[in-house]
Structures are given as structure tokens and as C-alpha cells.
Design a binder for this molecule. Sequence first.
Ligand SMILES: Nc1ncnc2c1ncn2[C@@H]1O[C@H](COP(=O)(O)OP(=O)(O)OP(=O)(O)O)[C@@H](O)[C@H]1O
Ligand SMILES: [Mg+2]
Length: 274
Amino acid sequence: MQMTRDLRIVSVQEWREAAEGTVSVRGLSAWYGRHRALTDVSLEVRPRSVTALIGPSGCGKSTLLRCLNRMHEVVLGATVSGQVLLEDEDVYGSGVDPVSVRRRVGMVFQQPNPFPTMSIYDNVAAGLRLAGTRNRGVLDGKVEQALRQAALWDEVKDKLRKPGTALSGGQQQRLCIARALAVDPEVLLMDEPASALDPVATARIEELMVELKRDYTVVVVTHNMQQAARVSDYTAFLLSEDGGGGALVEYGETRQVFEEPRDERTRDYVTGRL
Ligand SMILES: Nc1ncnc2c1ncn2[C@@H]1O[C@H](COP(=O)(O)OP(=O)(O)OP(=O)(O)O)[C@@H](O)[C@H]1O
Ligand SMILES: [Mg+2]
């Protein structure tokens, strides 16, 4: 009897771990004032995988990404309707603290944006300090771990006190990834993370995305079809037609979306005709 109960607890734990980082978007619409930017988007983001959001400029990719961690509402007059479930909790539920959502769902932007007055170390430690971590040994350990995960440790370990802004663009972007990882998120959102980088730095970010999906759910916006095909497991194609706000046209395994699209509009887009 005792054993059965223990087994059940283990399996519930396993179930929880398997679900960690699952993002379910249900009937999501978003506005900037009266301008509708997204229309009724529903999709299930699989945990520990890379999902690419693709579509023409203005179709709402960045808006969708920012709705996932409640960054959308930071814009004055911006509103949403629908649900975004992180595991089984609606991040828009009453009483949910947007700051805690953003800790669980980290974000990296198009332009690397290390905190300009801070050292490499302090950039990575900033979120931890904000959350109340003061112990030097704990901070050191977490900073090193995050920098290793972001494939930057070897390049910066001897100059942690140098300003973050003194790094190259590609290194700055990996620093921003380390900063996001330091607070132990479940999901990492990346909005065109390599579009400001040269091909070598881009390749490093792409490799990193593939490594990160072992531990995190990664959602990446990209205009680069080859990049989406190379790094992502799932692809969502959005399109804004007749100024109606971006809607989800197709969502599926990346290979299917690129090689056997179900919708003609997807085919036109991925082959560059749209
Ligand atoms: N801060 C804002 N205020 C008002 N409208 C906005 C704002 N940000 C985006 N929009 C509008 O919302 C729609 C979706 O924009 P969004 O930035 O999400 O598109 P996108 O797919 O990320 O485009 P891009 O590929 O150019 O980055 C567009 O019509 C855009 O003009
Ligand atoms: Mg965008």
C-alpha cells in the first residue's frame, strides 16, 4: 500500500516535470488602443522544444511573444483577451503577479541590451539580487552557471568586472541570454535574437537555442526561414489580412510546415512568394 502511494507521488512529480514549460495560448487577441494586433490565436507550445513564430512584418509576432509573459501590457493602452496558460495557470488570472510571470518566462530582444552601467557579473546577477539573493557564494555559482549555459563563460571568466557593453554584439546577446537564464525561467522568449548579428555570431546563437531546449521551452521570432528550419521543432505561421490583426494560419512540426504546408498562404510565404 505504502509502495503504491509512493509510486503515485513519483508519477505525479514526473507528470509535473513533464508539463513544466508548457504554454497554452487560448483564443488570444491583442490590441494597441483600438488597433487590433492579434485575432483569436490558439496554440500549444510544447515543453523543451524550439517553436518558431514566422510571418510578414506587422503580422503580430512580437505582440504574441510579449503577450506570453505579460510584457504587452507595459505599452500604454495595450489590452488582451483570451488566456495564456503556463502549465495550468492562466498568467492573466486575477491575483497573478506579472513580475513572477516574467521570472518564469524570460525574454531576449532583437538588439542586445545589457544594462549599460553594469559589469558582466552584475548584469547576470541583477535579477537574482532583485529577487533578494545576497549570499556572495550563491551569486557566484548562479552567475557562472548562467554564463556557461549561455556559452559565454570561457570568453568572460577573466573579465567579469568589465562592463557588459564592452563585449562584441554576439557576446552581448549571449550575456542577455545568461541574464534571462540566471533567474531560472521555464520558458525563454527570443524576438529576432540574431538579426543584429554577423553570420558567425548568429550561428552561435542558433547552436545555443538547440542546446537550451534540453532544459527550457524556447519560442523564437525570426524572419529568417533557413533559421526557422534549422533550429525549430515546431513552427507557427501568422498572417494579418485586411488589417484584421494577426491570425494563426498554420501550426505544426517545422518539417511539415516547410515541406508539406496545409495552407496555400503558408506555402507562398515559406517559398518566398508572399
Ligand atoms: N507599441 C505599439 N503601439 C501601437 N501599435 C503597435 C505597437 N507595436 C506594434 N503595433 C502594431 O501592431 C501590429 C503587430 O505588430 P508586431 O510588432 O507585433 O508585428 P511583428 O510581426 O513583430 O512585425 P515585425 O516583423 O516588423 O517585427 C502592427 O500593426 C503594428 O503596427
Ligand atoms: Mg517584431
